[in-house]
Write a protein that binds this ligand. Sequence first.
Ligand code: NAD
Length: 427
Amino acid sequence: MNKTTKKGNNATDSINPFEEMIARLNMAASIVKLDKDVYEIIKSPEKQIHVSLPIKMDNGSTVVFEGHRVIHSTALGPSKGGIRYSMDVNTDEVKALAAWMAFKCAIADIPYGGAKGGIKCDPRSMSKGELERLTRTYTAAMADIFGVDKDIPAPDMNTGQQEMAWIVDEFSKISGAFTPGIVTGKPLHLGGSLGRVEATGRGVVVSALQAMEKLGMDPTKCTAAVQGFGNVGSITAMHFVKHGVKVVGISDHTAAFYNEKGIDIQKAIAYRDKNKGVLKGFKGGTLIKNEEVLTLKVDVIAPCAMEDQITARTNAHKIKAKLIVEGANGPTTANADKILNDKGVTIVPDILANGGGVTVSYFEWVQNRTGYYYSEDEINKRADNWMKKAFENVWQTSVKYKVSMRIAAYIFALEKIEKGIKSRGSY
Ligand code: NAD
């Protein structure tokens, strides 16, 4: 996506995620008076790799796909970050996502830097064979970049255990040694971790509950709406219900539903799993317009789909929730933040709220390296405690500097990465 701004409603939003990241970085850097040299280092990615991937399609034709991997920072450890398959993938999106991974790992107190990868493709229109060839070709192209102590991918939008299994296999063939620690989010039988599939959504709800406690909101008296019903959205909705929050709105890219009595989330998940992964046709609620899900009269909204869903131009002023918990990366633009902050809405930012996934990914990597595997209960307990600690650190930073939780999260991450950069030094 090139630099683009949209105007309207007396407000402009950059809809370039890298610019959104820089806008927040600049705010946080000026508040903590970040060292100028450190700022210069932190604002740009360490390494960017862009590849062309020729794939033989099932019909015999060859299509060349665009693949990216951006390593934002390795100041605190090997870089870590998912791989996304989507037609929206572009350099600036991957650059922003890589930076957010670096900040997220610092906030979660995980000894990793940050990276992200992506392939511009429409996975829903591709066969399993085509996806396998694409994933293997991408892995071969990145064989010198990936490494257990260098750069460790994971799933993201439209990728999951199957893609991670193909990466393990291809990388193991190239390196000549079985290397499960090269990715996280693998199937259990290849060294995956118990609790990983649920980890991000579970952590979103842990952070939502922490925020509710701070704000004096009783979860059992709260309603919620969740945008996106993939890995993060569906598990977030499920855990809200487990903790007594009534989920009255859900959506995916095909449909959105409202039910004032509460949507039966297990039924919605079962329906999605039987219907090519989508909610279209679900009967557990009234069909509403897709954009309505974020402006429903609820206490909490959890955007869990993609970037730029809450903008100054479209819906920030219409939001009625008191609390926004960001399961997706970058769902709120910087200008929407201003409107929401003025309205007194509390936002638990993406780089804190969705850190449960990378936390359990870290546990998976540790298990692969030591060869000792934890029980699901142990993983969940550890992950919940790490999320609570991260929440408290960001909350205290926001109190100390009198800033929003978003800027506090950036400040916390910057101060930590700064220590890494300074103590390691440079030429
Ligand atoms: P996914 O592919 O499993 O699900 C994405 C969901 O969003 C799908 O239900 C899709 O239909 C829906 N969606 C897409 N466009 C939409 C729209 N315009 N309106 C409503 N719904 C829409 O992806 P995921 O892994 O759940 O990732 C979702 C977000 O969470 C992404 O921003 C991702 O970067 C972030 N995230 C994921 C993880 C993880 O562990 N999977 C971890 C941290 C952050």
